[in-house]
Design a protein around this ligand. Structure first.
Ligand code: HEC
Ligand code: HEC
Length: 311
């Protein structure tokens, strides 16, 4: 009898493990099937600025935002991540990568070795971007100076350190569909929608998350606790303070970091402004146009104002 139970437990364990293995297996790599267009590094720079890659990957505590040696500590409820070196250094960065390696990393969150990246790397937003934009971005990154040195290993407690588990997370929360323009809206609005929902990854910070760290879809853009644990990220739908801002105010804020009442953007948003300030005025105006159109959505209650400003 005992033997039978043991065999049964064994079979269930093997089946369970098989299902886990199957569910968490990174999908086949994305084949780039679009017609070949020579990548354009000048356009890649626009994508780089829109994507805020420097916010996380630039070497911290030095002024050059193009020194992409990594090392920034990114705290989260699941432990501390360290942004890796994405400079063209062959040994420590991504200098040895193929274009296909890069497209799979940015659009699918899959490494050249076929393992999952943690979603602290906001590929969940970049996934909606066009392959051509990601190829242009890769061409641009290759023009930057190689930086040597590796960042520390992530500091994550079990079970959050198991990359395989990210496969389950992706099944639950990752939508990798391409951005589809809304034909009933003008070109400017669609450009803004594309930038905000792909490279701008605005919703990654400006939305509340569930216990597993997935964005609560119904409250996208409605603000929430800062993912790094301190402070609060404001609601940017028309339910929040932004109902009182004009489109021009949002535009000016993305260029200068100044709010209509004379405050300066603080915390993580100050780093975002360092990138959006580099965009063309047309792209910034498009982002402002789209953000101003977000329908009002009630967000989680904001803690007392004083605490929120204290970052
Ligand atoms: C919010 C911070 C953040 C932003 C913004 C960000 N990344 Fe990352 N990135 C990370 C983290 C953290 C990892 C490590 C993920 C892991 O180890 O699973 C990473 C990993 C990567 C990797 C894999 C590197 C390797 O050695 O395997 C590449 C490539 C990359 N990012 C490119 C980019 C590009 C290009 C952009 C801009 C479009 C960008 N990242 C924006 C945080 C960020
Ligand atoms: C890394 C996290 C992060 C990302 C990404 C991010 N934001 Fe923010 N944002 C913040 C934080 C934090 C604040 C609050 C800043 C403060 O308190 O000074 C803020 C403030 C703002 C405000 C001012 C709102 C108010 O009521 O004062 C606007 C507008 C805004 N962000 C728009 C955007 C847009 C558009 C994007 C995408 C291009 C974006 N943000 C991406 C974290 C982020």
């Amino acid at each position: 009898m005992l033997r039978r139970i043991l065999v049964l437990v064994g079979v269930v364990a093997v089946l369970g493990f098989g299902a886990y293995w199957w569910l968490t297996e990174p999908p086949a790599r994305l084949a780039v099937s679009e017609p070949f267009v020579t990548p354009n590094p000048v356009h890649g720079e626009v994508i780089f600025d829109a994507g805020g890659c420097a916010s996380c990957h630039a070497v911290p505590n030095q002024p050059d935002r193009l020194k992409l040696g990594g090392g920034l500590a990114i705290p989260s409820p699941f432990g501390t991540f360290y942004a890796p070196n994405i400079s063209p250094d062959r040994a420590d960065g991504i200098g040895g990568w193929s274009e296909n390696d890069f497209v799979n990393a940015v659009k699918r969150g899959i490494s050249p070795e076929g393992t999952h990246y943690f979603p602290a790397f906001p590929y969940t937003s970049y996934a909606h971007a066009t392959v051509q934009d990601v190829r242009d971005l890769f061409a641009y990154l290759k023009t930057l100076a190689p930086v040597s040195g590796r960042s520390p290993d992530h500091d994550l407690p079990f079970p959050f350190d198991i990359r395989r588990n990210v496969g389950i997370w992706k099944l639950l929360f990752m939508d990798d569909s391409l951005f589809v323009p809304n034909q009933s809206r003008p070109t400017q609005w669609n450009r803004g929608a594309y930038l905000v929902n792909t490279f701008g990854h605005c919703a990654e910070c400006h939305s509340p998350r569930n216990l597993l760290g997935g964005i609560r879809a119904a409250q996208r853009f409605a603000g929430g606790p800062d993912p790094d644990g301190k402070g609060f990220v404001p609601n940017i739908t028309q339910k929040g303070e932004l109902a009182q801002w004009s489109e021009k105010d949002i535009d000016y804020f993305l260029e200068t970091g100044q709010t209509p009442d004379g405050d300066n953007a603080g915390g993580a948003m100050a780093r975002v402004i360092r990138n959006t300030s580099q965009l063309s005025s047309d792209d910034r105006a498009a982002i402002a146009n789209y953000v101003k159109s977000l329908p009002p959505v009630e967000g989680p209650p904001r803690p007392k104002k004083k605490e929120a400003k204290d970052q």
